[in-house]
Design a protein around this ligand. Structure first.
Ligand code: NAD
Length: 491
């Protein structure tokens, strides 16, 4: 079985690692490849940093208009290869082919947005701030930038950072999730075809040893992390202690509020897509579904029907809407949480455990699950399940719902379904979350907007995507200039 190579200094090279981990298709446990792991991956990371530091010297002095040209090429290559990339995502990550393709599309949109860097990087200039003195800001590259990515969007999340970092004049090292390294291997085959200096973009495999080496290295200037909250907190703290700029996006527990005036069928269908899409393994998956006031019964029925109808199976099979969860450990963890919910007093409305899919009996499948009347202080309501589980929570008013939402430690997303502009306006103002959806089930910001998690869902100041990315990947230099008349020749 192939051990995956690293991409360093423009070439595919063997890792120094002696340990490996199997990359597994979660639908049938087939081993797809072996990924380097362990202590020796730290040396791979160091190697990548040293070539990235050298590549930087020429690149950061290249005009920005020239720096975005390879991104146009990259967009075209991604468009041409979207089906193959999506197929790899389905194989190693489990989501359906349709979901995988949509994911790559969102990645490509970041490449397109980063092509606007010549304009986005423009800065401020004030003439005559004091007599005969002008002042302005220059945005310059920061240096070697690192991205540490999670398993759930292998074809999108690296693009929240990579195109902006390059366009701003930096070099880049990607450490993909060890669970899903194949998608970015394919993308780097495309990157290899671009007109870029050797060493400017690198890919290293590994787990925490590789990450720790990058967090400690003095030549790494910025870290972009996406993953679970405990690791995000750790990366933020250790990266900052080492003087690096850090943006660390963490986990979530997303509430959705349904007002009595919401359209029943449309709301149920959108919410079921949010809860069960990608088998619930989205950081913007709806999880706690709050039904307010009258109409709870009708809405419950519609949600039940929408959930029950989801076709679960191998993501490359026609018509499949929901794939397996990433690993056996993950399946066990999710099933234990469902059992805990029941033991804490929740009523099981739809039980997706014991799912068996014909032809894929070994897969990590859990079908759509609904727990109702879940106790508000129970574990299921507070913990990120990251699986296809909906908790139904009836409440009396929007105020009660907002108080509940704002007691949550996370703050990635909060959504409201309503026909009332006033309710929507109140909600968007008071909800304590960084991404708000009004009659939207997955409030994923488009590439031009920051991916704005709050609280334990984000550690840092500047988020991924859009203008925030430009700010994150540049440092400002303020110039104050005087040209005294007395020193100049007459003109
Ligand atoms: P994870 O935290 O287990 O792993 C993420 C990355 O960190 C991987 O590359 C992994 O190798 C590395 N890592 C893991 N443990 C480490 C350690 N102890 N030290 C250093 N590095 C370590 O996350 P995951 O399971 O891959 O992804 C799922 C999580 O990501 C969920 O919590 C989800 O909500 C979150 N997520 C958040 C966003 C967001 O935008 N906020 C987006 C996608 C996923």
């Amino acid at each position: 079985m192939e051990v995956l190579k690293n991409y360093i200094n423009g070439s595919w090279v063997d890792s120094k690692a002696q340990e490996t981990l199997n990359v597994v298709n979660p639908a049938n446990q087939e081993v797809l490849a072996r990924v380097p792991m362990g202590d020796k991956t730290a040396a791979d990371a160091e190697n990548a940093v040293s070539v990235a530091s050298l590549a930087l010297i020429e690149w950061c002095n290249t005009p920005v208009m020239r720096r975005v040209q390879p991104l146009y090429q990259l967009k075209q290559l991604l468009d041409e290869n979207i089906d193959e990339i999506a197929r790899l995502i389905t194989l190693e990550c489990g989501k359906s082919f349709v979901e995988a393709k949509a994911e790559v599309q969102r990645g490509i949109e970041n490449v397109e947005t980063a092509c606007a860097t010549p304009t986005l990087m423009q800065s401020e200039f004030s003439e005559n701030v004091a007599s005969g003195i002008d002042e302005f800001v220059i945005r310059q590259a920061i240096g070697v930038c690192v991205c540490i990515a999670p398993f759930n969007f292998p074809g999108m999340i690296p693009f929240w950072f990579l195109p902006y970092a390059l366009a701003c004049g930096n070099s880049f090292i990607l450490k993909p999730s060890e669970k899903v390294p194949l998608t970015m291997m394919k993308v780097f085959e495309l990157i290899d075809q671009l007109d870029l200096p050797k060493g400017l973009v690198n890919l290293v495999h590994g787990g925490k040893e590789c990450v720790n080496s990058l967090l400690e290295h003095p030549d790494v200037k910025a870290i972009s992390f996406v993953g679970s909250t405990p690791v995000a907190r750790y990366i933020y703290q250790r990266g900052a202690a080492n003087g690096k700029r850090v943006q660390a996006q963490g986990g979530a527990k997303n509430p959705v509020v349904i007002m009595p005036d919401a359209d029943v069928d449309m709301t149920a269908s959108i919410i079921a897509d949010s809860v069960y899409g990608c088998a619930g393994q989205r950081c913007l998956a709806a999880s706690n579904i709050i039904t307010v006031g009258d109409g709870k019964g009708v809405m419950k029925e519609a949600l039940y029907e929408a959930a029950k109808g989801k076709v679960t199976g191998f993501g490359l099979d026609e018509g499949v809407e929901m794939g397996p969860v990433i690993s056996r450990d993950s399946k066990e963890r999710i099933e234990n949480l469902i059992a805990q919910g029941v033991s804490e007093g929740a009523n099981m409305l739809l039980d997706g455990r014991e799912a068996s899919i014909e032809g894929y009996e070994k897969g990590n499948f859990i079908k759509p699950t609904i727990l109702e009347n879940v106790p508000l202080d129970g574990e299921v309501v507070k913990t990120e399940i990251f699986g296809p589980v909906m908790s139904l929570l009836p409440m009396d008013s929007l105020t009660d719902a907002l108080m509940f939402i704002n007691s949550n430690n996370f703050g990635n997303m909060a959504c409201l379904f309503t026909n009332s502009g006033l309710a929507a306006r109140t909600f968007r103002h008071y909800a304590n979350a960084g991404n708000i959806g009004i009659n939207i089930g997955v409030a994923a910001p488009m590439a031009q907007f920051p991916f704005s998690g709050w609280n334990d869902s984000f550690f840092g100041d500047l988020h991924g995507q859009g203008r925030h990315a430009i700010e994150f990947f540049t440092q400002t230099k303020v110039v104050i200039e005087r040209w005294p008349k007395e020193w100049s020749r007459k003109f």
